[in-house]
Design a binder for this molecule. Structure first.
Ligand code: ZN
Length: 129
């Protein structure tokens, strides 16, 4: 299991971690299998989506903000209830194909660490199976 360090710089942010995940896969020596990325946090998430146009992730963050506003009628008193909800909606795990010893993604796809309560020092755990 590899732990990638992820340093976020805003409350809501999408960080492209594709290159770091691909490096772990390339070093694993697994020809054909799966790469799992797990985010061990309750106010962050991981997702696969378009990496070519940064506007796509900006739109996603804005849409999540409209769906789950920071201020609201929440019972969690820590003040970051919206971040917990977004974390569950997006999810904390992705499974990615490994083919020919390399991370295998669609042409426009990238792997994104999604921060919902930053800035913080975060981790993403990567396992190649
Ligand atoms: Zn909380």
């Amino acid at each position: 299991m590899h732990s990638l360090k992820v340093k976020t710089s805003a409350r809501s942010q999408a960080l492209d971690i594709t290159r770091q995940v691909a490096e772990v896969v390339a070093a694993a020596g697994v020809n054909s299998g799966w790469c799992e990325v797990f985010v061990p946090h309750t106010t962050a998430a991981v997702a696969v989506n378009e990496a070519a146009d940064p506007a796509v992730m900006a739109d996603l963050l804005a849409a999540l903000e409209r769906l789950v506003p920071w201020q609201g009628d929440y019972r969690h008193t820590e003040g970051n209830a919206a971040a917990h909800v977004k974390s569950v909606l997006v999810g904390g795990t992705v499974r990615l194909p490994v083919s020919g010893g390399r991370l295998s993604l669609g042409t426009w796809q990238g792997v994104f660490f999604l921060e919902f309560d930053g800035p913080r020092n975060r981790q993403a755990w990567v396992e190649v199976l």
